[in-house]
Ligand binder design. Structure first.
Ligand SMILES: NC(=O)c1ccc[n+]([C@@H]2O[C@H](COP(=O)([O-])OP(=O)(O)OC[C@H]3O[C@@H](n4cnc5c(N)ncnc54)[C@H](OP(=O)(O)O)[C@@H]3O)[C@@H](O)[C@H]2O)c1
Length: 308
């Protein structure tokens, strides 16, 4: 079996070594040193268009991430070639940690206490009502469902928005654009875990974010282009939103002069909410290759017309 590996800007030695250990019988080459012809499977991240075109006869292309928005146009590739994204592969646990930290920080008002400490002010704040502290999750897929479950266990009222209606224990499901305003109307902390597609790009504009109650908080750990940066800043500056934690940005690294860097109501992290883990990802990909070789179905195949 021939496997072709590509990620930009690295020699991929760690990944190639892990793939070799997981699939000892396979010959693994790195593009462009290795040819893209006679390849059974490709394992790639941000491949250039000329590589994708050359993969027209592979049995599957594995994307080294949950989101496939950085894939070039796939229209030149036959529909018979499945594009497979990572599902979970150790990312759900990281997203749970990241989001629970923020929700608890907001609910227990650590930011307000930090302000008080700067003023050397001793003041016990009245406890917030947990039953009114609703967290809304945009996206109820692999990651959104894991985050929702963890927050349910912490006792928060949880709602999630997706295309199709879901039955997740303890989670109120909202489906489709027609239910988005209702979903936003009672959301105190909005967590974005949507894929970036032509339907979701710039979804979080001023009009949508204004549907959130005054004082709501935004967490974007999906993709930066879901937001309109200037419109978010305007809503933070006029006090409609209390703050935002942002992990992803339209341009990464975030440019030096970007106003997000020094905004007093923005906490930012450099795209670390859920790293792609080598061992977990390779184990998942190797398992799926074995299933495909045995003629068995696999999960995680991207529906191209949906874009995720
Ligand atoms: N920051 C990071 O480090 C990091 C790491 C990993 C992933 N991510 C991002 O997280 C995203 C989600 O990952 P995942 O594995 O949870 O994806 P997933 O399993 O494909 O889930 C996507 C969810 O979004 C919903 N959705 C998509 N388009 C929609 C639309 N137009 N309207 C309403 N709902 C829509 C889907 O609805 P249905 O269920 O009805 O289809 C689904 O519930 C990835 O695409 C990636 O961009 C970021």
């Amino acid at each position: 079996m021939n496997i072709l590996y590509y990620t930009p800007g690295t020699d991929g030695a760690v990944w190639i070594g892990a793939l070799q250990r997981a699939l000892p019988g396979a010959r693994i080459g790195r593009w462009p040193a290795a040819s893209a012809s006679d390849v059974d499977y490709a394992v790639v991240w941000k491949p250039p268009p000329e590589l994708v075109v050359a993969l027209e006869r592979v049995k599957a292309i594995f994307n080294l991430g949950a989101g496939v928005d950085s894939m070039p146009d796939l229209s030149a590739l036959p529909e018979s070639v499945p594009l497979v994204r990572l599902d979970d592969a150790g990312m759900a646990e990281q997203m749970v940690e990241y989001v629970c930290h923020i929700v608890l920080r907001r609910y227990r008002e650590f930011d307000a206490y930090a302000d008080q400490q700067r003023e050397a002010r001793w003041q016990q704040r009245p406890r917030l009502s947990k039953s009114a502290f609703t967290v809304g999750i945009l996206g109820a897929g692999v990651l959104g469902t894991a985050v929702a479950g963890a927050l349910v266990r912490l006792g928060f009222p949880i709602r999630a928005w997706s295309r199709a209606r879901k039955a997740i224990p303890g989670v109120e499901s909202f489906a489709g654009v027609q239910e988005l305003d209702d979903f936003l109307a009672a959301t105190r902390v909005l967590v974005c875990l949507l894929p970036l597609t032509r339907d979701t790009e710039r979804l979080l504009d001023a009009a949508r974010l204004s549907r959130l109650p005054r004082g709501a908080y935004l967490v974007n750990i999906a993709r930066g282009a879901l937001l309109i940066d200037g419109e978010l800043i305007a809503l933070l500056d006029n006090g409609h939103l209390a703050g935002a934690t942002l992990d992803v940005f339209r341009d990464e690294p975030l440019p030096a002069g970007h106003p997000f860097w020094h905004h007093p109501r923005i906490v930012l992290t450099p795209h670390v909410s859920a790293a792609t883990l080598v061992e977990e990802s390779v184990a998942q990909i190797a398992g799926k290759i074995r299933q495909l070789e045995a003629g068995l179905p696999i999960t995680g195949i991207v529906l191209r017309e949906r874009g995720y």
